[in-house]
Design a binder for this molecule. Sequence first.
Ligand SMILES: [Zn+2]
Length: 391
Amino acid sequence: MSTTLRGNWNYPTTIWAGPGRIAELADACARTGMKRPLIVTDEGLIGASMIRNALAAVKDSALFGAVRGNPALSHVEAGFRAYCAGGHDGVVAFGGGSALDTGKVVAFMSGQTRPLWDFEDIGDWWTRADPAGIAPVIAVPTTAGTGSEVGRAGVILNEETHQKKIIFHPQMMPRIVISDPELTVGLPPGVTAATGIDAFVHCFEAYCAPGFHPLADGIALEGMRIIHRFLPQAYADGKNIEARAQMLAAASMGATAFQKGLGGVHAIAHPVGSWFNTHHGLTNAVILPYVMIFNRRAIEDKADVISRVLDLPTRGFDGFLAWVLDMRRQLKIPHSLADIGVTVDKAAIIGREAAIDPSASGNPIPVDAAQLEHIFRAAVAGKLGAVDAAA
Ligand SMILES: [Zn+2]
């Protein structure tokens, strides 16, 4: 079976996919010219055998493992200090989305002279960067969700303003991705579910975002088909290598597709994550159906296509929504934001910040702060019926 799950892909970057491919990490470092890489990982993975093996396999590498969920400027700065102190020449970003984003941003900042927030994804701010000062990155995802391994940005929390900022540069795209499903078999079911639905939401929001981008649409549809088929299997049996390999591919597909845009789910999930420190994928998984109902009149046709691609028993928007709700139940995703510790006292702020989140501009219906606050309140209360489809 493993030979069929193996492949070398060249878009959107070089991806070495297949069980056991982590054995090629030293080769990947040599190909990208890294002699002394800094391995950036999540604090929860510091003692893991996969990290010990990587340190042993790559001579002269060192570890930076102080990355937590929703990484902030302080994590990037600590990583940057470790990078400079060790005289490193590249980054192996090894872990979940937080480690990948932090590793990519540390490599990006390694040769810049301006402060991090000068490179927020606004207009052409990325052209302020000195491209010669961007160190190479090898990405090794250990979750199948964010797809940050094939993204050109990192999301970093500004602790002073409580806002998540997107740091973007085309050269932040990792040079090589090692997509090894054996690294994800230890993920607990809850993390498998949350990250897997994040990947689904990437595909779904990209597909529903307005704009002419058939390349992204095609990748998004196939990504959703794969997740529909394999996420329940990966959740039920974490050691199912085929399901894990398919989910890793689908996660990369989601992030590839969302170059087209995201939408209201991510626009709300970002400030919720900033204020309540909730897990990004889990937050999206809870919010998804509320935003779907709000967007209903704009996405009926697209929901029908999705329902046919997924071969759902009931076609159209209603069949698709029923499946989303059923999948959430099956994967034990809570139905309300209150269930994950979110309260309405910040509702006005969440609405305002969601409206200026870059994801909001990809929503199929233009949304303002009041509408986003309304959706957020319904999601906190767990009342799908409280969402008025946009007039
Ligand atoms: Zn996401």
